[in-house]
Design a protein around this ligand. Structure first.
Ligand code: 13P
Ligand code: SF4
Length: 366
């Protein structure tokens, strides 16, 4: 059993002939990124994880920010938050291992309460999810009676339980417009990401009340960073995640969810591109688009990076850490997620700056 007392401690499993046979067909997927000597460290874990998945009828849902050896070699389904939630809902596996962060594992559990949902490291959190509680949402609802609450999926089950409908970065504009129409209001509460809220506000006439939460990865990018990148890389196409501040999006050519950015590269095959988001995104997308050159400034998400092959293996071996949620909360939190999933998504999210991205109010710990 590998030792996991220390984050960087890893018992090296041996690279045997049997491992080689089980993993050789996977190496070409990552060969341009992972050198052979490093592959020999990953391959035994990949072989063991893929064997155990079959034995235990388990699937691994891998977010776009997972490192390439996870994303391309053990992930059964890969994608953005919305795609992973949809996969969880339709999966017939008995066990779901979430290669992502805790709120994603909770979303899977809420959608599949009868399944065992595992998160390989309980500390894989999210600055947005930890910025707001269910009690905060109840206070917001008292302050804005009758105003629908749209909650970003990057939140805990308790917060979702207080929500009318969830959204992700790939459908936020549509969900906000849908909620306003359903409730007959001109104002919507969109929490907890103040930047996503401002970016959505730039795309709709609906007034938005938000929360002072932020993604610790995306809020670090600045408009100046983008201008410098363009100066240093003439003609580069800039794609940004909508969790970035509005002035960053104003400098970008396109903004969309992690999968929105990935699809843009696949479809348009730009000569030179930069993804203003978490580091592993470019690595994964570059492997699938060998003709595209990637400029790679990025910020690491420390939470996503807690998930590793040894921890995934250990999770499957020991069935730790199982995500458990109070059944009453599951019941309440499922409705807003299912409402979101039921909405037809008409456009791949594309934000721009049609008008000043102001929001009606920003609340925090009211
Ligand atoms: P996506 O829904 O775009 O995958 O975003 C999730 C996330 O955590 C981005 O920081
Ligand atoms: Fe949360 Fe940001 Fe990490 Fe995504 S990148 S999980 S929003 S902290």
């Amino acid at each position: 059993m590998p030792a996991f007392g220390n984050e960087f401690e890893r018992e090296t499993l041996p690279y045997t002939d049997a491992v080689k046979e089980k993993t050789d067909h996977l190496y070409p997927k990552v060969a341009s990124f992972i050198p052979k000597f490093e592959w020999r460290l990953h391959a035994p874990y990949i072989a063991a994880i893929n064997d155990l998945k079959k034995q235990k009828n388990a699937v691994i849902l891998a977010h776009n920010y997972m490192t390439p050896e996870i994303f391309h070699c053990v992930g059964d389904f890969a994608g953005d938050s919305l795609q992973l939630a949809k996969e969880a809902a339709r999966s017939d596996a008995e066990i779901i291992v979430q290669a992502g962060v805790h709120f994603m594992a909770e979303t899977s559990k809420i959608l599949c309460p009868e399944k065992t949902v595992l998160i390989p490291d309980l500390r894989a959190g999210c600055s947005l999810a930890s910025s707001i509680t269910g009690a905060d949402v109840r206070l917001l609802k008292q302050k804005y009676p009758g105003v629908p609450v749209v909650t970003y999926v990057n939140t805990t089950a308790d917060v979702k339980a207080e929500t009318d409908i969830c959204c992700t970065s790939s459908n936020a504009v549509e969900v906000v417009e849908h909620a306003a129409k359903e409730f007959g209001t001109d104002t919507v509460i969109l929490i907890p990401d103040q930047y996503l809220a401002r970016n959505v506000a730039a795309m709709t006439d609906i007034k938005i009340v938000t929360w002072a939460g932020a993604c610790e990865v995306h809020e670090r990018f600045t408009a100046e960073d983008i201008r410098e990148l363009r100066e240093g890389n003439p003609g580069v196409i800039v794609l940004a995640h909508p969790e970035c501040p509005p002035d960053v999006l104003a400098e970008a050519d396109f903004a969309g969810s992690t999968s929105g950015m990935s699809n843009y590269v696949k479809e348009k095959q730009p000569n030179n591109v930069v993804l203003i988001t978490e580091c592993s995104m470019s690595d994964n997308v570059a492997l699938e688009n060998p003709k595209v050159n990637f400029v790679r400034p990025c910020n690491l998400c420390p939470h996503m990076k807690r998930i590793s092959l040894p921890k995934i293996l250990r999770s499957l071996q020991t069935m730790e850490h199982e995500v458990l949620i109070d059944p009453e909360i599951i019941e309440k939190a499922r409705r807003p997620i299912e409402r979101m999933i039921a909405l037809p998504l008409k456009r791949q999210s594309m934000y721009n700056h049609l008008h000043a991205p102001e929001v009606a109010a920003v609340e925090a710990r009211i």
